[in-house]
Design a binder for this molecule. Structure first.
Ligand SMILES: Cc1ncc(COP(=O)(O)O)c(C=O)c1O
Length: 367
């Protein structure tokens, strides 16, 4: 039985009964935000699961802003053009100058071979994204950051539960950030995390997310980056489902891969990334050219199936950049014009996957 419309993702929710049971305790305590017991429990559980200390914040954008302030960045920051727009927006919002360096053509993460040439005396940091959850080339990026005294931040919004050679990628860099938005593999509806094991940074991040004061002691500039008991409750109830969700996401991804394998499409394959434990967050497919992608999307849209152009535009081409911020990033630009993420969520029926693949076949035969 086919279900339509089919969006690129679908938020999974705990049962209303389970949520209500947790909320009854919130009502009893009358403690709804400001480091409540559910927030603390979620932070402890996630820190253990991810092997790095996590502070829960209001969203993944604020997480990046807090990281920028905690690391006291200034001047320019080398960054990826192939990510969600929030990665660039936070730099601009914080009056930092983004220096776009192209991505490498296998996994579309920041190309370390191009980074060093872009460093100037003004550079204070590297901000890279594990795009689609595929890890950046960390050893090279870290060596460059150390050599030049730069901070290293990972926008790990897509990389919840991702490991490389058994190690959580969220341990990498000075600070990693997560998004727990409703579309992510683990979510708290809105939410995010800042992650580091550096005790001084943790203290600063905590201060910054709570207005810069502890009680009556106003120690520094700060912002409100807290999250609530209501969001933490959703997170705690979603956690036990992650293992089964991952299996379902893998099954769907494998089905897409096998049914599309005879077409001139390139689908990223976690099996090609040595040592990777993937979270199956996305199923990106790269078309031979932009026209082919548009035909494919149009054919699916006619059937009320809505894949997404993640990520378009290439961020070095954003309209609101200044001339000085624009750069040429041909790999990212080509990727952003040819990529499409197919629907992927745990209860997407395999019949629907088969139907999506049949429509894609027809659209490509029509070319
Ligand atoms: C790569 C990336 N960075 C940052 C964000 C921002 O996260 P949030 O929506 O939680 O603010 C997103 C989220 O959608 C993202 O995909």
């Amino acid at each position: 039985m086919s279900n339509t419309p089919i969006q690129v993702t679908k938020t999974y929710l705990p049962t209303l009964e389970d949520y209500t049971t947790l909320l009854e305790r919130v009502w009893d305590r009358h403690w709804v935000t400001n480091g409540g017991p559910l927030v603390l429990e979620l932070e402890a559980t996630l820190s253990k699961r991810l092997d790095v200390s996590l502070q829960l914040v209001s969203n993944g954008t604020v997480a990046l802003q807090l990281a920028i302030h905690a690391l006291e960045l200034s001047g320019s920051v080398i960054t990826t053009p192939f990510s969600y727009v929030a990665t660039t927006n936070v730099l601009l919002w914080e009056n930092l100058h983004p220096v776009f360096v192209d991505v490498e053509p296998n996994w579309y993460t920041l190309d370390p071979d191009l980074v060093e040439a872009a460093i100037t005396p003004d550079t204070s940091a590297i901000l890279a994204t594990h795009v689609y959850g595929y890890p950046c080339k960390h050893a090279q990026l870290e060596a460059i950051a150390r050599r030049h005294g730069l901070a290293l931040i990972y926008d790990a919004a897509h990389a919840f539960d991702v490991r490389l050679d058994g190690q959580s990628v969220l341990q990498w860099g000075d600070v990693s950030t997560l998004s727990f938005h409703a579309t992510k593999v683990f979510h708290t509806i809105e939410g995010g995390g800042v992650l580091t094991d550096d005790p001084e940074l943790l203290e600063r991040l905590d201060l910054l997310r709570t207005f810069g004061h502890v009680g009556r002691d106003h120690r520094s500039l700060g912002i409100n980056g807290k999250n609530t008991e209501f969001h933490a409750a959703i997170g705690l109830l979603n956690l036990p489902r992650l293992a089964a969700n991952r299996v379902a996401r893998k099954t769907i991804s494998d089905r897409y891969r096998s049914l599309l394998s005879d077409l001139p499409l390139t689908a990223l394959d976690p099996g090609d990334y040595p040592g990777l434990e993937y979270n199956y967050a996305y199923f990106p497919v790269f078309c031979p050219d932009a026209d082919c992608r548009e035909l494919l999307i149009e054919a699916l849209n006619v059937e009320e199936i809505y894949p997404r152009r993640y990520f378009e535009p290439s961020l070095n081409e954003l309209d609101f950049l200044s001339d000085a911020q624009r750069a040429s990033c041909p790999v990212s630009e080509h990727a952003s014009r040819t990529v499409v993420c197919l629907p992927l969520y745990p209860d997407l029926a395999l019949d629907d996957v088969d139907r999506i693949c049949a429509i894609i076949h027809q659209s490509m035969v029509a070319v």
